[in-house]
Design a protein around this ligand. Sequence first.
Ligand code: ADP
Ligand code: MG
Length: 394
Amino acid sequence: MSLLKQQTYQPLTEAAAIDLAVRLNLVTDNADLTCKEIGDGNLNLVFHIVDKQHDKSIIIKQALPYAKVVGESWPLTLKRAKIEADALKIFGQIAPEYVPTVYHTDDILAVTVMEDLSHLLIARTGFIKGRTYPLISQHLGEYLANTLFFTSDYGLGPAVKKERVQQFINPELCKITEDLIFTDPFYDAETNNFEVDLGPAVEELWQDEELKNHVNILKKNFLTDAEVLLHGDLHTGSVFANDWETKVIDPEFAFYGPAGFDIGQVFANLLFQVIVNDKNRDIFIKHIETFWNVLESQFSHLWERENKEPIAKTSAFLKYNLSKFFKDSIGFAGCELIRRTIGLAHVADLDSIENKEIRLAAKQKTLELGKTLIKLRNEIKNLQEFIHVVKTVI
Ligand code: ADP
Ligand code: MG
């Protein structure tokens, strides 16, 4: 292992990935080893190594010094691999059922070696194929209640929490979020990407001063409100699932920010299915309800039992925090809905709809819902009112 640590950075080839796995003793050196680069993501290499003979497999994820989706013209720090590995380890301690096991990390190679989850499907892909994953909302609610509480001041105490804030300073990846979620979709930025027919709706959005003021406030919240260690990119493409298992991957955007950001991304990515999936609409509404209800009750339980702050354990202060998370999350969900429709990075839930009329109608609804949630977030007091607003708009 010490040999590995001395290497300089190099992108791995499939052969080099096998070599690394063998040297780490994670697979046996034999003729049956296969390796395939399977990364369908935008930023990194992902190698799937299989040792058929011993029925073992692992994943090696390696950061590239640029964003794969754009190419070498968009350089991106390799330090994100360390952020991802550290976050996986912390979340893995707090919510072990819902996080892949990390076997090895190497900061110089920008590599994380982890559990192979190929028996599961990326939730977004599953949803588009018509799966509904009955336990996914309960699991995500438990995952977030635990990660949000145990990384907060109230779960960690102020000293450790501040060390963590420092450890997870992640300026380059945060800048991507700041631009692509909170800034670019709201003016005529080059990164935007939308269908010509959405032009008038987009123009209207760009001229909506009230909306932009709300977005400025949400962005300020994202920039300054170091409440909890966020996953930072918790869309349904970062969730692996089947009917009884859920695993959250890919926390390279992790940093200390407002709890509502992760919650809002889950809300928004379930809302895409509420908008496009006529057949399963009620199931996805139920998922949104279950997700929040589980999160709220598990977070409340931890607040009362594990709170490190002597005078914070009151129901009034708990209520204040949950209400803040909820309102923030509705605003952040609105931003996610808008940016996935007209910004740089889209979602297949919308883009894969072949019929143009249906697709455009879904995108118009998404924009409308996004705007409404951003503007009404402080008025929406509870889950019922949230669902009512959703049903009214779509
Ligand atoms: P990126 O950061 O580049 O978006 P991801 O972590 O999202 O990379 O991984 C990209 C893809 O690689 C995933 O969509 C999935 O198909 C595959 N993948 C990633 N991690 C695993 C894993 N632990 N087990 C199996 N497949 C994985
Ligand atoms: Mg990623």
